[in-house]
Write a protein that binds this ligand. Structure first.
Ligand SMILES: [Zn+2]
Length: 192
């Protein structure tokens, strides 16, 4: 069964959060900037149903980093799941081949488990490694992330939001711009 998604996209302008508009939020350059939209999602699963909260913020980025605004970072559990899935796939085929006594090298027959873990794990690891930022970018993925979100049970109003930044100067400028909200405990900013 597919999870049912109830998507909500509240107006973020009423939060009053301001982003630095003088530098790219990923690489920090002051040149060739263009307006972009950063979409941050939070998905909450409740058995088969899930609610997805979509927050949109106007940010600026340079042309090179534009694509990173839309690339959602894979979390550690997602990375581990990807690796496990890749290993399980290879393992299934090798195990089948061994049980059917197919013609295969002797070393594979005696080390089929280790060979599958390496054969499935290495491609997954290489695939994840390929997704590295190009200097001076600070991330291959979204340079600003939603770290934590607390909403009121009734009405769903956002009570507290913590954002993570991959660029130290963007974090510093964001903190300075939003000092009143941060002091009031509504907003938090930290390293991604
Ligand atoms: Zn950039």
């Amino acid at each position: 069964m597919h999870p049912i998604h109830i998507q909500q996209a509240p107006d973020t302008s009423e939060l009053g959060v301001r982003f630095p508009h003088t530098r790219c939020v990923n690489c920090g350059t002051h040149q060739g900037l263009a307006e972009g939209v950063l979409e941050l999602r939070q998905t909450t699963y409740l058995l088969v149903a899930g609610t997805e909260l979509l927050l949109r913020f106007p940010v600026v980025s340079c042309e090179r980093c534009e694509a990173t605004l839309a690339r959602r970072a894979l979390s550690l559990p997602q990375r581990l799941f990807l690796g496990a899935l890749s290993i399980a796939t290879v393992l299934t085929f090798v195990f089948l081949a061994v049980s059917l006594d197919l013609d295969m090298p002797a070393w594979l027959k005696s080390n089929w488990f280790a060979a599958s873990v390496i054969g499935g794990g290495v491609p997954a690891w290489l695939w994840l490694e390929r997704h590295r930022p190009e200097h001076p970018q600070t991330s291959y993925y979204q340079p600003i992330r939603l770290k934590r979100l607390k909403r009121s049970f009734f009405g769903g109003r956002i009570e507290r939001m913590v954002l993570g930044f991959t660029h130290a100067d963007v974090l510093r400028e964001f903190t300075a711009l939003n000092r009143p909200l941060i002091d009031a405990g509504v907003l938090g900013a930290e390293r991604a």
